[in-house]
Design a protein around this ligand. Structure first.
Ligand SMILES: [Zn+2]
Length: 63
């Protein structure tokens, strides 16, 4: 199952979206923001069941 999630870029504060595959337990990405092109570290943890929201943690790489 793939779902699109929306989050705020930690650099330019624009809302951007990304598609995650919820079949994989823990995911760790570095994606360039589609607006400002700076790299964002994204940790994605799928929900244990359909009643919960997945956890998405967003970090700047230059912190
Ligand atoms: Zn950005």
């Amino acid at each position: 199952m793939q779902d699109e999630f929306f989050f705020t870029c930690p650099y330019c504060w624009q809302t951007i979206s990304m598609v995650f595959d919820q079949n994989y337990p823990m995911q760790d990405y570095v994606e360039d923001c589609e607006v400002c092109c700076r790299p964002i570290s994204i940790d994605f943890e799928p929900a244990a069941d359909n009643l919960e929201e997945p956890k998405v943690s967003i970090k700047r790489l230059d912190d």
